[in-house]
Design a protein around this ligand. Structure first.
Ligand code: PMP
Length: 452
């Protein structure tokens, strides 16, 4: 079955194959973010609008990847096109602060319960700044993160991201497995790894490392191992631990800030010391935010604690941020997207129930995922039990039928944007029903994935 699907995919995407060959001449693996590489080659895109995207062969897809969650606004939202277009005529970057930046700082502080913010461009930068600030503020060097959480491609947090079963070690005290070659041992040693949703295991790691730990960083809903809601009391338990041990609690809300009106901190009622925002916050324009309590943030003192960037707070991204928060990701628009997300997730759950497919939907609001496993996925070790081959089969079958069902990878999730419609959801479910029946009949081989 999969062979047939792969042949169909190759026939439909000949121009993408050609673009890939061309790209590889100048670019290792033909992509500029490793996560975009898929087997047999990535789809190359020509254009997008609203909930739709068209590839280089002019195939049309309903897009639920939404740029790995950066586009809760959907593609080219008319409000953004207008306002950003106007701003570009007045200049794109000044090398001075823009007069309108404080307005965005205010909007973000009010919406996410922050006292102070500093802007940068990518999620990577903001989590890097967060770690440095926590270290500077506490005068401690170690940082604790969770297995399966991703915080951007920088050394300090490229540890315990997606370790294989054979390297991961003990479930309660995971090994510090680097996610890349080239990271110095000393950096790896300073990044401790804990299992998500296991408060007692976190406590014992913290107690063993006591006064050396600067802080704990986590995705409050990990969205780099699918979609993993925190257990009741887990987030507040971490906050308590941080208070007891003088550590800084950092929520990486790069993904979650666009998925809930007040972010995950708002959903769960736990306010961290520092928060990092990114992706959807400026409607698909590059903006990241480090924010938090005044006392900690004010430790960013020029000459003492670094924070800089040529493109930081450029007027184009600032304008996009203001428009996104005031006119695009409004409470009403997000409620609407969340209700479509509920319909999608419940539809998946029903189809899985009806077909008897071994799979499980985990979701909240406008985002969620399907894990091909029979049990709950509460942490990385549970995720490792998922049938990854089956996910890739599902993905390519959905693509062949005009649906990009979620972001690329079994560790990702769908994003329903404010521009999706009821009809988009119905079509997605229709296609999933057809695909689920076929998946139920045949167990796809693991080989497709192992080749990646
Ligand atoms: N944090 C989280 C939770 C993310 O999911 C990502 C990217 N997927 C990042 C940080 C890094 O953001 P960026 O790719 O903008 O550097």
């Amino acid at each position: 079955m999969l062979r047939k699907e792969e042949v169909t995919f190759r026939k439909r995407t000949r121009a993408s194959a050609a673009r890939y060959r061309e790209a590889r001449k100048r670019t290792p693996w033909g992509v500029h973010s490793n996560y975009r590489l898929v087997d047999p080659y990535p789809v190359y895109v020509k254009k997008a609008s609203g909930s739709r995207i068209w590839d280089a062969d002019a195939n049309e897809y309903i897009d639920f990847q939404m740029a790995f969650g950066a586009l809760v606004s959907g593609h080219s939202h008319p409000e953004l096109v207008r306002a950003v277009g106007e701003q570009i005529k007045r200049g794109t970057i000044y090398g001075f602060e823009w007069e309108g930046t404080a307005k965005l700082a205010n909007l973000i502080c009010r919406r996410f319960g922050l006292n102070r913010v500093k802007f940068s461009t990518t999620g990577l930068e903001a989590t890097m700044h967060a770690v440095r600030l926590a270290r500077a503020y506490t005068s401690r060097e170690k940082i604790l993160k969770f297995e399966g959480c991703y915080h951007g491609s920088h050394d300090a947090l490229l540890v315990g991201v997606k370790p294989s079963k054979d390297k991961a070690g003990s479930a309660s005290a995971p090994n510090q497995v680097p996610a890349s070659l080239g990271i110095p041992d000393e950096v790896i040693r300073n990044t401790l790894v804990a299992p998500f949703n296991e408060l007692e295991a976190v406590r014992s790691i913290v107690e063993r490392n006591g006064d050396e730990l600067a802080g704990i960083i986590l995705e409050p809903i990990p969205m780099n191992m699918g979609f993993v809601p925190p257990k009741k009391g887990f987030l507040s338990g971490l906050l308590r631990l941080c208070r007891e041990h003088g550590m800084v609690l950092i929520f990486d809300e790069v993904k979650t800030c666009g998925k809930f009106y007040n972010g995950a901190a708002g959903v769960f009622g736990v306010q961290p010391d520092l928060m990092v925002l990114g992706k959807a916050i400026a409607g698909g324009y590059p903006l990241s935010v480090l924010g938090g309590r005044a006392e900690i943030m004010e430790a960013i003192v020029p000459g003492k604690v670094a924070h800089a960037g040529t493109f930081n707070s450029n007027p184009v991204c600032m304008t996009a941020g203001i428009v996104t928060l005031t006119k695009v990701l409004t409470a009403n628009a997000m409620d609407h997207a969340a209700s479509l997300g509920e319909t999608l997730a419940r539809g998946y759950r029903d189809i899985i129930g009806d077909t008897g497919l071994e799979a499980r939907v985990q979701w909240k609001g406008l985002s969620g995922t399907v894990h091909f496993t029979d049990g709950e996925v509460a942490n990385w070790r549970d995720f490792l039990r998922c049938n990854i081959g089956r996910w890739w089969a599902y993905y390519i079958m959905m693509l062949n039928r005009g649906i990009i069902p979620m972001a690329t990878g079994p560790d990702e999730q769908w994003t329903v944007s404010v521009q999706h419609t009821k009809e988009d959801i119905s079509r997605h479910l229709e296609v999933f029903e057809e695909v689920a029946k076929q998946l139920r009949e045949k167990q796809p081989p693991m080989a497709l994935v192992e080749a990646l």
